[in-house]
Design a protein around this ligand. Sequence first.
Ligand SMILES: [Zn+2]
Length: 259
Amino acid sequence: MKTLFISSGQSKVLCPENHNYKLFDYPYYFIQLYKRFGIRALIKQFHFSRRRPFSRGLINKYAPEGFGIEIGVGFFTIAPLKRTILTDGFETHGSDNSIATDYCKADDIMAPDESFEFVLSEHVLEHLSDPVRAIKEWKRILKPKGKIFLFLPHKERTFDRNRERTRLAHLFDDYSMQISATDTTHLEDWIRNVIRPGLAPQYKSIPAEKHPELGLIHHHVWTDEDICELLQILDFKILYSIDCCPDRGDSFVIVAEKN
Ligand SMILES: [Zn+2]
């Protein structure tokens, strides 16, 4: 694929040809942050927990160059900004408070096949009713040998701790049934084990039956072993995985390569 340079603020970055993306720029980010959350939020960006040196280092180690895309960025990113398109999807869960410059569904991305050197996604897959479909889509837009970086909540260290691990067979059933994005199969389990015990107080004011349509529910519950196995079935090679991310303790991390 040919590439072209486009301007992003003061810097120039290499983009896939025929892209239709806006790129991130720092002034926009900091102005938005200040406008929405004030000076404290701005200062917080420089705190250790936000800098995330381990996680950023991982991305730069396994994808030291080339252009990538973050799926479901929300209002914070560890992506290398000058070479990453930041996308978001859920109107309520993400977009209202999002620094994304592009909006798309996580499993329906407006990009040609083999567009990117890397795909980054942090705490998104658990909000999708059909993660197999999403990962296949992310694989489609990756170049051969492209890398995928997944940061996901570990079931033992989040409000999902009382729930059963999701079996891989269930994920493939969801995929073969082309399950709806607002699927309510797991709603009862979510209410019984997370909402009623008060483990997710941030969602308390929102009626639980609305959680699937708002993208708040964690449909499925995993450990790093589950997702490594899933990626291997989907023809990725695992390059790195760690059960507990050193700078985000509720998460495991997996780096995998498209075969
Ligand atoms: Zn399911």
